[in-house]
Design a protein around this ligand. Structure first.
Ligand code: TXA
Ligand code: MG
Length: 321
């Protein structure tokens, strides 16, 4: 399969985007930018198309997909029931980097939900994504547009590197997204639970809506994890990643490298001035280090900020310690 690459700056961009939207509706796979990371999309009503997402990414079958919508009507077309929380949260944070898990109806194909009776829905805050979904006229199931297990794509070149030849269209963008995926919030039970931390923090939710939320960190302790994706190794470059303490300095690299039996010259040290910069660059820096064939990546995370929890969550999943 040859992937058609569509660039924001090309003269016939709008025409090609319409072509991609039509193809998406008709069962093809289209990668596209969002404000968090790039996604790999398929028509959420088309089971065969959604199965192709799993094939293209090498994604485990039990990990459900987030469905992207362009308006509330499209969101309502996917769900069986909802309560006030959904309306309040959608009003406060959509379009934006937050996904809501709700009881699904029968129109959502089985593959999207990986056998669960719920569906995760999100309205992205990205012009190209919204236009693509709106023009296609169907809700779009889309996980991050990377080969499963690798760092999520935060630049067009990452999508091309991972998925060129594995999907039908790749819509590029020159904008750098937030860099961490959406917050996933479960609204399908009485308690409101954050299944995956993201840009929208528990604090922001409580402050802006008055809704109290819990963090779900107990996946290890339950037989069936609530958010199946959280149990897999994730976001990993080929190099081994270690998180280092706040007092780690460049002069400590040699000793650390030696303790891992690696030459200091094969060791990349990443540090970030703040949480926003870390989110924006971490995955891109991982991929850059792989290109340069580093064997170890040492990361000193940003200390605080609204994105702290999301950043540490991603870094811990990628690292050996
Ligand atoms: O920002 C994002 O959310 C990006 C962009 C492309 O929108 N998408 C993304 O998708 O990160 P993915 O597939 O990489 O992660 C989806 C997460 C997984 O942890 C999955 O288990 C969880 O959402 N999820 C999806 N549907 C669910 C459901 N019905 N119940 C619980 N968790 C669900
Ligand atoms: Mg992903």
């Amino acid at each position: 399969m040859e992937s058609v690459i569509i660039k924001e700056k090309q003269r016939d961009f709008q025409e090609k985007l319409r072509e991609a939207a039509l193809a998406l509706k008709n069962g093809k796979l289209v990668a596209f930018p969002t404000e968090t990371v790039f996604g790999l999309g398929a028509n959420a009503f088309d089971d065969a198309a959604c199965q192709n997402i799993y094939k293209a990414k090498g994604r485990p079958q039990d990990n459900p997909l987030i469905v992207h919508v362009s308006d509330m009507e499209m969101a309502f077309s996917l769900i069986k029931d909802y309560d006030d929380r959904f309306i309040k949260l959608a009003e406060a944070f959509w379009q934006g980097p937050i996904s809501f898990v709700l009881k699904k109806n029968d129109k959502v194909c089985k593959t999207v939900s990986a056998g669960l009776d719920t569906v995760a829905i999100r309205m992205p805050n990205n012009k190209i994504a919204l236009e693509l979904i709106k023009t296609s006229g169907v809700p779009v199931a889309a996980p991050s547009a990377n080969i499963s297990g690798r760092p999520s794509p935060t630049r067009s070149e990452h999508v091309i590197f991972d998925l060129s030849g594995r999907c039908d269209y790749i819509v590029c963008s020159d904008e750098f997204p937030i860099g961490v995926e959406s917050t996933v919030v479960d609204l399908s039970t009485e308690e409101t639970v954050i299944l995956r931390p993201g840009f929208v923090s528990a604090n922001m939710i409580e402050e802006q809506t008055g809704i109290k939320v819990k963090s779900h960190n107990k996946d290890k302790d339950v037989a069936v994890p609530k958010s199946p994706g959280t149990k897999y190794k994730h976001y990993s470059p080929n190099a081994r990643v270690y998180m280092v303490d706040d007092d780690f300095k460049s002069s400590d690299i040699a000793e650390f490298a030696k303790s891992k039996d690696v030459l200091a010259s094969r060791c990349k040290f990443l540090e970030y001035k703040d949480d926003v910069q870390m989110a924006k660059n971490l995955f891109a820096d991982f991929r850059e280090a792989d290109k340069e064939k580093f064997e170890l990546i040492l990361v000193k995370p940003a200390k605080d900020g609204e994105l702290l929890e999301a950043n540490l969550n991603r870094l811990k999943k990628a690292s050996e310690n």
